[in-house]
Design a binder for this molecule. Sequence first.
Ligand code: FES
Length: 77
Amino acid sequence: MNNHRRRVERVGSAAVIVCSCNVISDHQVRSVTAERTVRATSEVYRCLGCSAECGRCARTIRRIMDEALAVAEDHSA
Ligand code: FES
């Protein structure tokens, strides 16, 4: 799949592109983190059919993953 043609999901608030190399949105990161047991940023890229290019987004993706995992833990407690 051409990453630049990948459709950005919009659920609730507007999606924000967090990885410009692969055109990955914050919504996609949250979705992958909630649906699967991902623990590393590399798994997020792999689940979305791409891989890290420049790596500048890694910290942002990690932060979004941590937020999504915290929300999931709150809901399961
Ligand atoms: S911005 Fe995500 S790999 Fe470059």
